[in-house]
Design a protein around this ligand. Structure first.
Ligand code: COA
Length: 687
């Protein structure tokens, strides 16, 4: 037997147990071990039933994602499943943990399935740009019907064991600590009662073909927009169509062809890259494995504006106590009503029970007295972006907070070392940069200040998980990682509309690329007047001019676009006039700007900035940048994030285009040294 798979005989039952940490992924050695164990059990006349089980935290959590990069390796999972289907013995799969992907396909090929009560099952391949490739799209609808199958396969979501039992995927659910014994007893009982073999491949999909096709069609029609750029859910629907309309063997062949097509495609490569990028982010080189953090339980937030209230919501949702502080009672009341309004709407839409909402609100205290933060473990300032005001606040907080309290800034751009420097505790000062809307957006940039301690960073990383954020440790630089890369894009977008493009043309190109919103639509949404001062405005930019005539964006129903009551945007003639006049006054001779130029001039300088961030050590890895942008800014996941995408474009191509633009439009396009180096073969950053 392989070291990873053992076979033990219990009376007439052979227990095949795989132990391949961390998640018993179905890598080649595991598949080989399973195959050998199945052959041995088959050959043993004393064995009448087989129990498939796993040691450790979970039954098989799917294929080994590392291995997918090299294409199918023998023996394949299909080889194992064929052997399973071919055996004359009854097979019981005993599931615990997260039975996912190939793990569930294996279980669905067994005759009977028993699961631990706390476990879940799912076919998450779509999240990796794939579909199940070993019969999952054919067996699941046979077990659970088309509606359940299309939901699980196209969403990738996990289902609890109890729900899976209701759906017909699992036969029995038992307490976790009784799983193996219950599986063996059940297998023995099945043998004793002469229970038949039960192969889903012998069944057809329940329900009439017409109804099943209608169900599939209805889901596909509902999802036209979200799926429009994604290959995998559409392929899943084609495989499910085959399950409904073709005999099992043909359906399996259709599924396999779809799977192999996706495996070769760029989307799956990109999404698999993001899977590992997300896990890498949790391991910052600034936090050693032995670093011990502290748990932050009581939290103070200074500033009850949009960001402060959103941060408060994130923490309340995680069951933490929050003290929210504002200078003035009115501002505090506004913050409180934002938070209350959020919970009221969650309750009204049935997303949260009234009791749970009330419980969360009891963890919130609001006050205008800064001194009430004295006992907080962590205080986050979320006041307006003014360095002097922040420095003064840090001085005050340092004086009144308990000695081991951590002080954090939610600034989007400002120098946090300067804030740390006015305190007596620089090792306990860091940045916690949330992204709007803070209770929805998963990204949290954890900004490493010069003197911050490892323990403070470790606490921040653990806390980010507690509040369900993706914490990415980044260096302290103007705009950190995300906003620093955003700046050149905005700069070019602003220039392009003076040279000849119109705001909606720029937006359209970037939205067609896959960004949720172009730069001008985004500015309208955020508010054109962020950082604009009516007292000092000087008509120096198109944006200032729009603000001066009251076009502040969506909130005034007018910005670059006009907005109707449903917030639908139409290009504004007034804004166009402002752009054209400004452009003429500043001596631009407008010209036709191609879509390629818009895309390259907006995105390639971002890549250049990303390379600089890496060279300066502000970003730790190229894949961290990809996580920042896909999680925080809606960069299309199917491209793998800006740096992975750049690698697919080719570093040399990007350098070459930047040089062309530098010659035409100026030094800000000049490729940085790091980017030039990557463009040389054999010195790439390993995105
Ligand atoms: N193949 C290879 N490695 C895998 C893996 C897989 N299918 N699933 C998890 N891992 C690795 C992770 O990369 C991580 O490795 P690391 O510690 O070196 O970073 C480790 O297992 C633990 O995974 P992690 O996600 O950190 O643990 P978790 O407890 O939060 O989640 C799972 C466990 C199984 C739910 C989650 O890892 C997951 O969803 N895996 C993918 C399942 C999947 O998509 N299967 C179908 C593949 S086609």
């Amino acid at each position: 037997m392989s070291d990873l798979t053992t076979l033990d005989i219990h009376g007439s039952v052979a227990v095949i147990r795989t132990d391949s940490p961390p998640v018993n992924a179905l890598a080649a050695p595991v598949r080989a071990g399973l195959l050998r164990a199945l052959q041995r059990a088959e050959a043993d006349p004393a064995v009448q039933a087989i129990v498939l089980t796993c040691a450790g935290r979970t039954f098989h959590a799917g294929a080994d994602i590392h291995e997918l990069a090299s294409g199918p390796v023998s023996p394949t999972l299909q080889d194992v499943l064929l052997s399973l289907e071919g055996t004359r013995k009854i097979v019981v799969a005993a599931l615990h943990g997260t039975t996912l992907g190939g793990g569930l396909e294996l279980a669905l090929t067994a005759d009977y399935r028993i699961a631990a009560d706390a476990s879940t099952v799912g076919l998450p391949e779509v999240l990796l740009g794939l579909i199940p490739g070993a019969g999952g799209t054919q067996r699941l609808p046979r077990a659970a019907g088309v509606a359940v199958a299309v939901d699980l396969i196209t969403s990738g979501r996990q289902m609890s064991a109890l729900d899976a039992q209701q759906a017909g995927i699992i036969d029995r659910v038992v307490p976790s600590d009784q799983l193996t014994a219950a599986a063996i007893d059940w297998a023995q009982a099945l043998v004793a009662h002469g229970a038949p073999r039960r192969r889903l491949s012998d069944d057809s999909v329940p329900g009439s073909m017409t109804d099943n096709l209608a169900t599939l069609d209805a889901v596909a029609r509902q999802q036209v927009k979200p799926w429009s750029r994604l290959d995998a859910p559409q392929a899943a629907c084609r495989a499910l169509h085959a399950a409904i309309t073709q005999p099992f063997a043909e359906g399996v062949a259709t599924e396999r062809a779809e799977f192999l097509g996706l495996l070769k495609g760029s989307q799956s490569r990109a999404l698999r890259h993001l899977f590992f990028a997300e896990r890498a982010v949790a391991k910052s080189r600034w936090i050693s494995a032995s670093a011990v953090g502290r748990e932050w339980r009581t939290l103070g937030i200074v500033g009850a504006g949009t960001m402060g209230s959103g941060i408060a919501l994130s923490c309340l949702n995680a069951g933490l106590s929050v003290h929210l502080v504002e200078n003035h009672a009115q501002a505090l009341e506004r913050g409180l009503s934002t938070i209350r309004g959020h919970y009221e709407s969650r309750v009204a839409t049935g997303k949260l029970s009234a009791e749970a909402a009330a419980a969360r609100l009891t963890c919130l205290t609001t006050t205008t007295d800064l001194a009430s933060l004295a006992d907080c473990d962590l205080v986050i300032e979320a006041i307006y972006e003014n360095m002097e005001a922040k420095l003064e606040l840090f001085r005050q907080l340092d004086a009144l907070c308990k000695p081991d309290a951590i002080l954090a800034s939610n600034t989007s751009y400002l120098n946090i070392d300067a804030m740390a420097a006015v305190t007596t505790r620089p090792s306990q000062v860091l940045g916690l940069h949330f992204f709007s809307p803070a209770h929805v957006n998963r990204l949290l940039e954890i900004i490493r200040t010069e003197h911050v301690s490892e323990s403070t960073l470790a606490s921040a990383m653990a806390w980010s998980k507690r509040i369900k954020k993706l914490g990415v440790v980044v260096g302290n630089a103007h705009g950190f990682v995300g906003n620093r890369m955003l700046a050149p894009r905005q700069r070019e977008a602003d220039k392009l509309i003076l040279e000849g493009a119109l705001p909606w043309e720029v937006d359209r190109v970037l939205e067609a690329f896959g960004l949720p919103m172009g730069p001008f639509r985004m500015r309208d949404l955020a508010g054109m007047d962020i950082g604009w001062n009516p007292a000092t405005t000087a008509s120096a930019t198109v944006r200032e001019r729009l603000c001066e005539i009251g076009r502040l964006g969506q909130k005034t129903k007018a910005g670059y676009y006009d907005y109707d009551d449903q917030r639908r945007a139409t290009p504004s003639n007034v804004a166009q006039e402002v752009v054209l006049r400004f452009s003429a006054e500043h001596g631009y001779v407008r010209r036709a700007v191609s879509e390629t130029e818009i895309l390259e001039r907006c995105l390639y300088p971002m890549i250049n900035e990303g390379a600089r961030l890496l060279a300066e050590g502000i970003a730790e890895r190229a894949s961290d940048i990809d996580m920042v942008w896909t999680t925080g800014y809606g960069w299309p996941t199917w491209t793998g994030g800006p740096m992975h995408w750049a690698e697919t474009v080719g570093w040399a191509t990007i350098v070459e285009r930047l040089e062309v633009y530098a010659a035409l439009y100026g030094a800000e396009f000049t490729p940085c040294d790091a980017l030039r180096q990557w463009a040389a073969p054999a010195s790439q950053p390993g995105v």
